[in-house]
Design a protein around this ligand. Structure first.
Ligand SMILES: C[S@@+](CC[C@H](N)C(=O)[O-])C[C@H]1O[C@@H](n2cnc3c(N)ncnc32)[C@H](O)[C@@H]1O
Ligand code: SF4
Length: 453
């Protein structure tokens, strides 16, 4: 395994979209084209499956130095109301594109820190969104909570407006690691917020833990997993630390590259962590995610409904996902668009009735076919190209690229199908990269992606 890690540990995308953001064709993209794809997707899918909403709430009170998310650090809570007003106004700009009342299937509050906002303000936001929208029968509402500032009141207020899923950022319980990432957070806090959510009636509680953090050892990871097991969250994200210090404003500093575990140490953390999670009854879902058999994510994997988008893995697919808020990305299936990142610019554009996107990509027919293959691999660990729609011109080149990985036992292939083996699971990103025509057309000159392992 060590040799394989050395061989395949290269920078690579996490494929929450295809084409990945750095390969979007921003020159032929326009706001008008984006709106046309939204209209088309909405009329094709709203009545059938509903739509998804992702809402980015970017504020955090304190900067965790490992964090790659888009955030604004502030202790001033007077930013809450103006931001919510802007979100609701942005929503009204999308409502103008729709020819009927939207049916919301999935709603996710991400960040930053959604629980930076007061419970009353979060309720105001949700009620505002549903003034001109309905819920799907089997709707799923979820939010990201910071264990240090999620209160019983937050949990109750969001439960009252329909939330049943919450994910908490845990990362690692070791003090040295917590100090290095500037995020001191006790087990007691995590236990409290987990217990409260259960008492209130949340049906899916998730914890995010990370391996590969500065000063983190195998023992730290195993201790974190042991503590996590004692709380038995329904789901777990077991992320590989993405080291992307070159990305502007993400604040990954305060430690040196030499403070990070080596690729072999990191892989040992992943492999041992995975074994412990399996012993505790968790099944690996796609990439990075684990769930108990009672959780919806496990069930959706079993019945082939697992989907992946900019929110990560989701239990069902909607064709249209509208992202509201600074830096949010929307996905109309036929196109992607990203909102401006600066809060001031975001507010300015929305105030002037402009959907605040600054870049995007309209998918070609070939992009859509490749996107389906990559989704299949990320969600089902297999894909088929038998039959017309899943064929594409460059398929023979892709198959040639896969040959070495096949020889290394990472995948099995028939003339019309590819299946990732157990041995190949850690290399899913590498296997998807073989399908990524854009990446091979133009190898980036600068570092864009974190390492695959
Ligand atoms: C927006 S944060 C979670 C909510 C809340 N702000 C908190 O910190 O608890 C989303 C998650 O992204 C993950 N994350 C952020 N930066 C990461 C990085 N560089 N590598 C891997 N995972 C990262 C963390 O596990 C984090 O819990
Ligand atoms: S991990 Fe969460 S709280 Fe920390 S900076 Fe990132 S978004 Fe904010």
């Amino acid at each position: 395994m060590c040799n394989l890690i050395q061989k395949y540990n290269i920078p690579g995308p996490r494929y929450t979209s295809y084409p990945t953001v750095p390969f979007w064709d921003i020159h032929s993209f326009s706001g008008k084209k984006w709106e046309a794809t939204v209209k088309k997707s909405f009329s094709e899918s709203n009545a059938k499956e509903g739509i998804s909403l992702y809402i980015h709430l970017p504020f955090c009170e304190s900067m965790c130095t490992f964090c790659g998310c888009h955030k604004r650090i502030t202790k001033r809570h007077d930013v809450e109301i103006p931001y919510i007003r802007t979100l609701l106004k942005e929503w009204s700009l999308y409502l103008e594109l729709f020819d009927e009342r939207p049916i919301i299937k999935e709603l996710h509050l991400g960040g930053g820190t959604p629980t930076f906002f007061s419970p009353e303000n979060l309720q105001m936001l949700i009620n505002g969104l549903f003034r001109r929208a309905d819920r799907a029968e089997d709707y799923e509402f979820s939010f990201e909570g910071h264990p240090n500032n999620t209160t019983k009141e937050h949990l109750q207020a969001l439960y009252d407006v329909g939330f049943r899923r919450v994910s908490y950022g845990v990362q690692d319980y070791n003090e040295t690691v917590q100090k290095a990432i500037h995020r001191v957070q006790s087990f007691e806090n995590v236990k409290n917020v987990t217990d409260w959510a259960r008492e209130i009636g949340y049906t899916s509680i998730s914890h995010d833990i990370i391996f590969g953090l500065p000063h983190q050892t195998l023992e730290h990871v195993l201790e974190t997993i042991e503590k996590t097991q004692s709380l038995m969250p329904d789901r777990l994200a077991f992320y590989s630390y993405a080291h992307v210090p070159w990305l502007k404003g993400n604040g990954q500093r305060g430690y040196k590259d030499s403070d990070l575990p080596s690729a072999e140490e990191k892989r040992a953390q992943y492999e041992s962590g995975k074994m412990e999670l399996a012993k505790a009854g968790y099944t690996e879902i796609g990439m990075d995610h684990f769930a108990l058999e009672t959780d919806g994510l496990y069930q959706s994997m079993q019945n082939g409904k697992l989907h992946r988008n900019f929110m990560g893995y989701t239990a069902s697919k909607t064709q249209l996902m509208v992202g509201l808020g600074a830096s949010s990305i929307s996905d109309s299936w036929y196109g992607f668009a990203q909102n401006v990142k600066s809060l001031e610019e975001y507010q300015h554009l929305v105030e002037h009735n402009i959907i605040p996107i600054f870049r995007g990509h309209i998918l070609t027919d070939e992009d859509i076919v490749i996107r389906k293959h990559i989704l299949n691999l990320m969600c089902q660990l297999e894909t088929l190209w038998f039959g017309e729609p899943m064929q594409f011109k460059a398929l023979p080149v892709v198959l040639e690229r896969l040959r070495e990985m096949k020889d290394d036992g990472l995948l099995e292939m028939t003339p019309y199908q590819l299946r990732i083996t157990q041995k190949g699971r850690p290399f899913v990103r590498n296997i998807c990269m073989a399908f990524d025509l854009k990446l091979h057309e133009k190898t980036p000159e600068t570092r864009l992606f974190s390492m695959t392992i």
